[in-house]
Every structure is written in C-alpha cells, then in structure tokens.
Design a protein around this ligand. Sequence first.
Ligand SMILES: [Zn+2]
Length: 701
Amino acid sequence: MRMKTSLQPGSPRRSVVCYSNVVLVLAAVHVQSPSLCGAAPAETEVKVVLAPAPAPTNPLYVGNRAPLLPSPFMQLPIGSITPKGWVRHQLELETQGMTGHLQEISPWCKFAGNAWADPEGKGNNGWEELPYWLKGYGDLGYVLGDEEIIKSARKWIDAVLASQEADGWFGPRGLKTGLKGTPDLWPHMVMCNVLQSFYDYSHDERVLPFLTRYFKWMSALPDKDFGAGYWPRIRFGDNIETLYWLYNRTGETWLLDLAKRIHENMQDWTTGVHDWHNVNMSQGFREPGVYYQQAKEARFLQAAENNYETIMGLYGQFPGGGFAGDENCRPGHTDPRQGFETCGIVEYMHSFEMLLKISGNPLWADRCEDIALNSFPAALTPDEKGLHYLTCANQVQLDKNNKSPAIQNGGTMFSYSPYEVYRCCQHNVSHGWPYYAEELWLATPDLGLCASLYAASEVSAKVGEGAQVKIAEETDYPFGDTVTLKLSAAQPVKFPLYLRIPRWCADASASINGQSVPFATKPLSYVVLEREWKDGDTVSLRLPMQVSVKTWEKNHDAVSVNYGPLTFSLKIGERWQRYGGTANWPEFEVFPTTPWNYGLVLDEQKPASSFKVAKVGNGPLPEQPFTPATAPIELQAEAKRIPAWTQDSQGLVGKLQASPVKSDQPTETVTLIPMGAARLRITAFPVIGQGNDAKVWKAEN
Ligand SMILES: [Zn+2]
C-alpha cells in the first residue's frame, strides 16, 4: 500500500484551501442528554468544514483589522492555555535544562557588557543570539507562569526598552551601520518577537509606542535597504508579521505601507525558492502567505504552499517532516542520512503555526505535529540539557567527529552539547515548545474555540457574547487516540467547538455526554459542534490510529511506518559516552550497541499488516515519553540484516540503495519505537525482496 499524500512524487499539486470554505456535511441532530441526569434535551448542530467560514474577525480577541483579511483563527492571549501532560513536562525540562540556564552557559547571554543590555547599545555580543534565546525564554515563563523566569526575562526586556534613541533605533548601536554603513536589520526582527509576546502577556504600555517609533525610523529608510544583507533580505517576512501585529493593535495605516515596501524590495518568495539555506527556507518560505493577508489574492497563499512543496519534493523525501539541509540543500544530497538543523525544526514549526492561523487550513497543523512529534524531541537530549545541530531520519551514531563533505558543514554536528559549538540552535531552540503550547487552542471567527494541536491542557477563554468558559482537555495524544473535553461555565452559553480531524484519520467519532454525535469523517477537516453548552458537558473524541506504510519513490523505494501521527524508527541500543563539558552540563556522544542494518520483510499485498502493535501503554503516560525506555507504543516487524550496508569511514550510515534488496540472513523480529524517542535510528528502511526483482546491496566501504 502506498499512502497518497501531497508529498507523493509526481502527484498533482495540491491546491490550497483558501479562506473560502466549503461546508461538507451539515446535519442538525438532536442529542438527548441522558435522562438519568434530568437535563433538558439540547440541540447540537454538527458540521464538517475544511476551514472556518469567512467572517469578520472575532471581536473578543485581537485579530486582523481591516483592510487586512479577517483572521480564520486567532491566538488566545498568552496564559489562556495551561499545558499539561507531556507537553508541560517538555517545558519543565526546558526550564531545568539548557534554555532555563543559558545565562550561566552562553557568553552571548551574559548581562554585563552585553550590547542588548546597555542603555546606549554599547558593548559586545549584539547580534542574533540573545534575541533568539529571549524569544523562547520569555514565553517559557509566561506559558508556565514561572515567576523566576518572567523576572529574569524582564531584566533584559526592560534594558532593551530603555535603549531607544530619539530617532527610534534601539539596542546595539553597532548594528545600525552593521552592513558596510547601512543597518543590519535581522537581529531586531527576532527582538520584535520578544516584545510582541511580552506585550501580549503584560500589556506593558511602553511596548506599542516603542515599536511604533522603531518602525517610523525604518520607514525613513530607502527601499534598497530592505533588499540589503543576506539574512535580512531573505527573512524580512518576519518584520511583516510584526507590522501586522502592531497595526492590529494601533490601527496606524502607514505600518501597512511599510509592510508593502518591505515585501516589494526583499527577496522575492512569490516566484519560487531562490535560496537553499535550511533556516532561510524554514522561515522564508511562508512570506507570501503572511503578505497574503494584505494582498488578499489567493496566489500569495498558494506561493507559500508551492515553496513548501518545492522544498519537500526535492529534499524532504524521507520521514520526520524535515528536509535534507545540513546547512544548505545540495543537489545529490537527498538521502535520509542528510541532516536538518535544529533552528530549521523550530522555525518550520513556527511557520506552520502562523500559516494555520492565516489560512485556516488544518494541513498546517498536521505538518506542525509531524515535525514537532517526530523530529524535535530527538534533537535534544531526554533531559533537554543538550542538543545537536543536525537531526537525520537515518542516523545510527552521534559522534563528535567531522562528517564533511558528506554532511556539508565540517566539525562537530551530531553529538549532544549545551555549548556554543551549535551557537545558533543553542539559543534559537528556546521557542519550539513554548510556541507549540500557545497554539494548542485557537479562537474562531464565529466566537468559538478550536482544539487545534491535541495535548492535555486547560483553556480559559471568552466565547459567544463574551462569556468565560474553561475546557479541560484530557488525552495521551499522540500516544492515545481519545481526547476528552470537559466544559466549565457559570451559565449555559452557545458557541461552536471545532475539533481538528488529522489527515491520517479516516474514522473519527465523537460523543457528547455519552451520546454519539453522527458525522462523516473527512480527513483534514474540522468537526464543528455548536450548541448551548452547559457546565459539566463532556465531549469525547476518538481518532483511531492505524499502521500505515509510506513508500519513498525518490529515495530508492525505501519505506517508513506510521501509527497515527507518529513515525516509527528501529529501536537501537544506545551507549552514551561523555566527552566534554562539566558534570552538570556534559557533552555526549551516542554509539549503537545493537545492529541497525535491517531491511523490512513486508507483506507485498498488505504492507501495513506486517506490523504488530506490540505495546500500548496502559498506565499513566510517562512524564518524558520520548526515550527508548519510556516509549509508550512499540511496533514489531520482521526484518533481515543487509551485511553490506555499513557505516562509512566517518561513522555515517551508508546511503540507501534500491529496494527490494536480497538478503540471505535469517528473519528476525525487530522493535520499532516512536522516531522522537529514538536518538539513534533507522526510519527510512530498505525492503527485503524474495523475487527476481530483488537487488544485491553493493558494499561501498
Ligand atoms: Zn541553528
């Protein structure tokens, strides 16, 4: 079986679901509350939609203001969502780990002498590192309600806010002439994100005038400055997003004029991908989608989709949601052993979260889950006290030694470290989980709420005519298929509740207070339940997970295995060996202790039937499910070793060769674990063949 997805090579290009939505099924059903409870019958309207219907922006929250397109989804104020379960634990680990302690570890985060902390912008380390870290560090405090972090972030933010010149420039003065006399505007783009979150959390009255003065200064720049400098020219879409954020809060229309000038003079992302640096692509590809809110022509949103499909079609032909960009994408380097930078992972997540809210299209939520659940956890050590630069779908050894030129960058790229060897990722990784936690729930234009990225949580938000409700979400997702939502409300209140149906789910079901709600499952849609909700109402959603097998034609017909949103990797024994750092902040290499060179033996007719779901956790979910020892789900499969498939002289896993592959080795039963739990892994597997078409694997070393 070959799963059809939009990434399938040669498949027709998927057109974007624009913000002009189709109601697929409309069924008004009467759901009788169980009579034992004595509750009155309640009418529930059930709809299946591809995106929220066009409507003015929800006035309960700050969304797009005219003439920008109305917002299909809006972020809830920071602090509205209390993450629980495994997501909360990732954030707690982040607090105890590298991000929470980076001021002790990174020279770029030392307050004394830092150009970002000086009232006159004098000093050192005034580039992207400090804003990269602060961007996630502040949100980590806000989303956890961690007063110590909030206070510590505030010290930096106060210093930045106190550094503004009369003309509007702020922060490091060196950047003002950083590009041969003209300004280097890239690090400020990141600092704007820091201030946006700080304002959304605190409503501090300094922020809006401060950013307004900065953009006033920027609006006096000549057009050519928006096309200057490698990083700013490509990443200027970040500033366009900030300009819309500010416009929505102040209504000053000249901000939109500035956004238009930036769009017209920066790197053109509307005509395809013209730069192949992995982080540039991960954040730059979305720019036409962001500008679509102002341009209001579907071709802009389509351009972001086209960029994504170009990148993934050429370089993302393996599981995990990332692509082969071990600094830059390079023709001929498309094997799953190529790496994806941790900066790219978190920027991709941020881009997908943004495009989901702009388009309403649930495909972006699926893409976000794909990379967040399958690639991101393994980019970090299980205790989040270290990370590596490159995460690969096939990666069997994480040593510290050079892998260039097979991997583009020379030097240490694979082993785990909290230090500046991975300087950009070391700081930028901070916003991955906090931003994810802020997107679990979204506000909808019809005054309702959407359960978007499923995870245990509690949301407190305004709905309907402004009534405050709370919804407690209990789930082990993605390690369990049931999501239970329990509502608390002082008074009955009518509003629509959107439940996302992922692309892999063909047979969802839901009930309200134990009574089934009929609807026809449509993958990549929302089921909308609208009724007068009462205190104690409970919605149960089931998203049954199945094993599926995907064939990667562009990577020698290798296969990968999914179970619901999770991709699975071969479980490989790990030997962790410390090679540097301190007792508290160690650096680790990880070596395999068990064989990894397996091809899968599959049932040709029904490949998915070749896998047995061998373990599904029954007890409480482990706090950190992303380790081999605690992985809540395991699959078993039949496999044979391929002796000629070896590591090369640099320790890198050999490249895939054409499947099916001959093997005279005995059949063994192997265990697969979630990819995010496998720090050593084979995820794109060769297939063992028995027939005449089976090929001999050529020894390369
Ligand atoms: Zn990086």
